[in-house]
Design a protein around this ligand. Structure first.
Ligand code: ATP
Length: 299
């Protein structure tokens, strides 16, 4: 038997970062949105534990581990029973791009394992397993548009009346998330303990108006990410000059995302940016969290 689960990339529409706590973690107040770039994870019964990773043409999967450190394999270790398994990951989500591709694979593996073995574990049990794997994994299960607090692991769906058109520009070389946080600390030694709240953003999402949402987008990690990679600032300026309502660094970067006013508007930005950048993708949000796309009997 095998089960395939699809899980989406996330972007952060709001990422408020507070001063690091005593345990070193930064308190977050963030609004996630799942967008239509997906990884597929197939978990199969097998004679021994194995893993294979492949990517759609625009994805360089060389940085994805194919051993026990892969988050999908760690997810299966977290799961209550079964095995050995073969895990096949097909990636469309840029690697180390600030879009939580690894977290999507972890969430997908947890759900695929549950369905493969017909466990029917309740949502809160799967969410607790997800939180142990990483702070973005619970959101990958939930999807849609949701607010995350703490380290991001407490997720709460929020009202979103829009269908938002995004242009996504991944970078050829990833940016280390811990390094971006360390640079945030250097730039903001007096950061407030409480991260910025997304009050206007929540109102903009409920209104469904792209111009209002564009004004409300906020990312405290954008400044350190651009300081480490100044070319990201040039990319954002170009996308906005070509008609995007607003460009921003996604999470800790280096992927940049651009909010557009419509599908037609997003295609114009894709065409314009494609003259200078190798990979320019179009996506809509919000989309569903991790979900089963197929179940097959053994051949
Ligand atoms: P985040 O935004 O959650 O910080 P990210 O999107 O920047 O993450 P990921 O693509 O999730 O980055 O990968 C971060 C690192 O995790 C990779 O460089 C890789 O070494 C490791 N990793 C482990 N498992 C996976 C996986 N299944 N897919 C991608 N990366 C993985």
């Amino acid at each position: 038997m095998s089960t395939t689960v699809r899980a989406a990339a996330k972007i952060n529409l709001h990422l408020g970062v507070g001063a690091p706590r005593e345990d070193g973690f930064h308190p977050l107040d963030t609004v996630y949105q799942a967008i239509s770039l997906y990884d597929d994870v197939t978990v199969s019964d097998a004679g021994e534990d194995t893993i294979a990773v492949s990517g759609t043409p625009h994805i360089d999967v060389s940085g994805v581990p194919t051993d026990a450190t892969n988050i999908a394999v760690r997810a299966l270790a977290e799961a209550p029973c079964g095995g050995p398994h073969h895990v096949q990951i097909t990636k469309q989500i840029p690697v180390a791009g600030g879009m939580a591709g690894g977290s999507a694979d972890g969430a997908a593996a947890l759900l695929a394992h549950d369905r493969l073995h017909d466990l029917g574990q309740p949502d809160d049990v799967l969410l607790a397993q997800a939180a142990r794997l990483g702070s973005d994994v619970p959101f990958s299960l939930v999807g849609g548009t949701a607010r995350g607090r703490g380290r991001g692991e407490v997720v709460e769906p929020i009202v979103d009346h829009g269908t938002w058109w995004w242009v996504v520009v991944p970078a050829a070389v990833g940016l280390s998330t811990p390094e971006v946080y360390r640079h945030f600390d250097r730039l903001h030694p007096d950061a407030p303990a409480q991260p910025a709240e997304p009050t206007e953003l929540l109102a903009a999402l409920a209104s469904g108006e792209p111009v209002r949402l564009a004004r409300a987008l906020h990312n405290d990690l954008q400044e350190p990410a651009i300081d480490l990679r100044p070319e990201l600032g040039d990319l954002i300026a170009l996308g906005e000059a070509e008609g995007a309502l607003r460009g921003m660094v996604s999470g800790s970067g280096p992927t940049c995302v651009f909010l557009c006013d419509s599908q037609v508007g997003s295609m114009e930005v894709v065409t314009a940016l494609s003259a200078s950048y190798d990979v320019v993708l179009s996506a809509i949000g919000p989309v569903a969290g991790a979900h089963v796309v197929s179940t097959r009997e053994a051949e």
